[in-house]
Design a protein around this ligand. Structure first.
Ligand code: HPA
Length: 274
């Protein structure tokens, strides 16, 4: 089997047959949040299944293609749909596309997700800019022999989410009239939602939003010395004393409303990264 560096190079060589980039920004669009790709001037859209060493997405509402082009003139490579740990992939597989984005030239990762709102001040369809995270996934994509050509053995996490980019996003949100609180994201493995007792625990831990993704990709982005900006859309409220059964249709409806806010906000942020 090819080593990781060779696998990345094989995928990059394949993508460069239809799009040479170089990319400036890599973007991962979460559940129900793929609408942003409508604003991309698409130069290539490659189904994941065609890209060497990419896993194949199995989640509903994930289109599963790599969209390459420009957004407000900035070259970007965007994942329309992501891979989740709960689908059975290893975290190395989940994060492989981030390695490829970096190798295509991206120095910034912009990541979005659908999340449960733990902080009682949050409302449905609110967008939260992620200021920090707590990792409760039972594995780590960087576990194993470190590939020094890709990054350091012990990546530092004192500022995983760029303060500069958070401030840029907050200023853009203010201009656009979008409420954009900062919050701590906690990653759980899924696929089940949490119990009332678990939501109480996550709140006590200091989390504001909870989801089943994002942290593995951010860890690999940091390992690759990319700067990161992350957004969660609140799709359900995790209030232990008023918990309602989840309804995937309601989750997708809230993702769509939050996604419309992101579709205004993200281009305003990206145009300032040129
Ligand atoms: N918990 C975990 N992941 C989620 C949730 C939740 O409540 N909502 C959306 N993704």
């Amino acid at each position: 089997m090819q080593g990781l560096v060779d696998q990345i190079q094989t995928a990059v060589t394949f993508i460069q047959q239809s799009w040479t980039g170089p990319a400036k920004v890599g973007m991962i669009l979460g559940t129900g949040l793929g609408g942003l790709t409508e604003q991309i001037e698409i130069q290539a859209a490659i189904p994941y299944g065609e890209i060497p060493h990419f896993p194949i997405s199995t989640a509903p509402s994930h289109a599963g293609r790599l969209v390459c082009g420009t957004l407000r003139g900035v070259p970007i490579v965007a994942m329309e749909g992501r891979f989740h740990y709960y689908e059975g992939y290893s975290l190395q597989q989940v994060t492989f596309p981030v390695r490829v984005m970096k190798a295509l030239g991206a120095d910034t990762l912009l990541v979005t997700n659908a999340a449960g709102g733990i902080n009682p001040q949050l409302d449905l369809a609110d967008v939260v800019v992620i200021e920090d995270h707590i990792n409760l996934m039972p594995d780590n994509p960087l576990r194993g022999v470190n590939e020094d050509r890709l990054g350091p053995r012990w990546p530092d996490l004192c500022e995983p989410y760029s303060h500069k980019l958070i401030e840029l996003a907050r200023a853009a949100a203010l201009e656009l009239g979008i409420h954009l609180p900062k919050g701590v994201f906690v990653a759980v493995p899924g696929p089940n939602l949490e119990t009332r007792a678990e939501y109480r625990m996550l709140k006590a831990f200091g989390a504001d939003v909870v989801g089943m993704s994002t942290v593995p990709e951010v860890l690999v982005a940091i390992h690759s010395s990319m700067q990161v900006l992350g957004f969660s859309v609140v799709t359900d409220l995790c209030l232990p004393d008023h918990l309602e059964p989840v309804d995937i249709q309601k989750i997708l409806a809230n993702a769509a409303i939050g996604g419309q806010k992101l579709a205004k906000l993200i281009p305003r942020v990206i145009e300032q990264l040129a």
